[in-house]
Design a protein around this ligand. Structure first.
Ligand SMILES: NC(=O)c1ccc[n+]([C@@H]2O[C@H](COP(=O)([O-])OP(=O)(O)OC[C@H]3O[C@@H](n4cnc5c(N)ncnc54)[C@H](OP(=O)(O)O)[C@@H]3O)[C@@H](O)[C@H]2O)c1
Length: 257
């Protein structure tokens, strides 16, 4: 039995990832945005080892979450799954004054990664739409451009992949990969999505728990267990370093190598 932490496991792909890991006999700690959602998660997955709570749209709650989750560890793998889509029609700052999609999808996994004890494996959820992302390190908060929620989501998924590949480079002892789960029928994916929920969790479960050599390589972007070609910007070490420096400045927490 191994130990896992899955963010955003009250619903969708995260809950299915946790469900598959629990069904395989593992110890899985869930994460929910609120106490109410934690109750929902617990009812959906009663065999989970526990649920930790924290709104990733809040820096202070994300810091507290990192500490609570650390106390519930150590973990063999952490799956950074939680995320919001690009449906916001206006730029919506959080109480920290950050653009919401960027904070939930990018700042939060960075902060959790930097604060929590290092697991043996890390998985970051990105998307096929990372290919349409454009790195704007000079305007991460969408203060200088007209708002485009879909583009903000694409950019956030590019940043997630940049984060995964940067962590893989800085922490060669941690097996770290980014995953496009496919187009999955969830609240975010919508009813018209082409792929089933179990398929959307399969690669993350495999990367987090399998012992076969193909699951143990680091620094890759995968879909359906197969390595894909990432957006070239995700591979750009200068851009990766610039993103980490910006996240360090925003959070006051450095990702130490
Ligand atoms: N579905 C797809 O087709 C697809 C495709 C490519 C990539 N992805 C990625 O896969 C991941 C999961 O997507 P999904 O389709 O499963 O989405 P989903 O059904 O909307 O579930 C998202 C999960 O993240 C949690 N979450 C959202 N905002 C949060 C916040 N501020 N604080 C804490 N938790 C928060 C949600 O909690 P609540 O339920 O309480 O809001 C929920 O548990 C995301 O990173 C997404 O970008 C999905």
């Amino acid at each position: 039995m191994a130990r896992f932490f899955v963010t955003g496991s009250s619903d969708g792909i995260g809950r299915e990832t946790a469900r598959q890991l629990i069904a395989a006999g593992h110890h899985v700690v869930l994460h929910a945005r609120t106490v109410v959602r934690a109750g929902d998660a617990r009812r959906a997955l009663p065999k989970a080892a526990g649920v930790v709570v924290g709104d990733l749209a809040s820096l202070s709650q994300t810091r507290d979450l990192a500490r609570t989750a650390a106390d519930a560890g150590p973990f063999d793998a952490v799956v950074h799954n939680a995320g919001v889509g690009g449906q916001l029609t206006d730029r919506t700052p959080t109480t920290d004054g950050l653009e919401r999609i960027f904070q939930v999808n990018v700042v939060a996994p960075y902060l959790l990664t930097a604060i929590m004890p290092t697991p043996k494996r890390l998985v970051y959820l990105t998307s096929r739409l990372q290919s349409a992302g454009r790195a704007h390190l000079d305007d991460l908060q969408w203060e200088q451009r007209d708002w485009d929620g879909r583009q903000a989501y694409c950019d956030s998924k590019l940043y997630d992949l940049m984060l995964a590949l940067a962590v893989a480079r800085l922490w060669p002892h941690v097996i770290t990969n980014g995953v496009d789960p496919g187009w999955i029928r969830t609240r975010m994916g919508g009813p018209g999505a082409t792929d089933d929920l179990p398929e959307g969790a399969d690669t993350q479960v495999w990367l987090a728990s399998a012992s076969e050599p193909a699951a143990l390589a680091t620094g890759r972007y995968l879909k359906h267990r197969v390595e894909q070609r990432p957006n070239p910007q995700a591979l750009d070490v200068d851009l990766q370093s610039g993103l980490l420096a910006a996240l360090d400045t925003i959070t006051g927490v450095q990702l130490t190598s």
